[in-house]
Design a protein around this ligand. Sequence first.
Ligand code: ZN
Length: 143
Amino acid sequence: MSPKKEKVFCAFCRTPHEVFKEKSFGLRHMILSGLASLCLSFVIWKTYNPKSLLFFVTGLMLAEVFLRLRWRLHINCRTCGFDPVLYKKNPEQAAENVKAFLVKRQAEPGYLLRKPLDLPPRPPSQTKPNKLGPSSKSLSTRI
Ligand SMILES: [Zn+2]
C-alpha cells in the first residue's frame, strides 16, 4: 500500500511534479488505527479494554496531522517555489516568495546548468520601459 501520487503541473512555471493525493485520513487509516489500538489493548490489559479507544482516536489524530503536513510540504513547486495554497490566501505574498526563491536559485552554482524555467510572459502594461530608447534593441544585433 504505497501512498498514491498524482502528476500535476505547476500553475506558475508549468513544470510537471508529483503530489500526494491524500489530504486527510480515510478508511485505510481508520482500519489500521483500529487494529493498532486493539493490539495495544491486548498487550497492555491482556484483553479488550474500552480505554483502547483513546489509542484509536490518538492514532487518527496522528494520521491526520501527518497526512496534512506531507500534503502541504509536497504541494509547493520545487522548481520555482510557487505555493498554490498561499496564492489562494494571499497572492502578493506568494509572488514575493517566488521572487525570493528565484533570486536564491540564481545564486546557486549549478544555476547555469539547469533547465530554464518556462515562465509566463508579462503583459505589456507590466514591462518596464526601456531606458535606452528604441534603438537599443537593434544595438545587440549590430554587434
Ligand atoms: Zn513552478
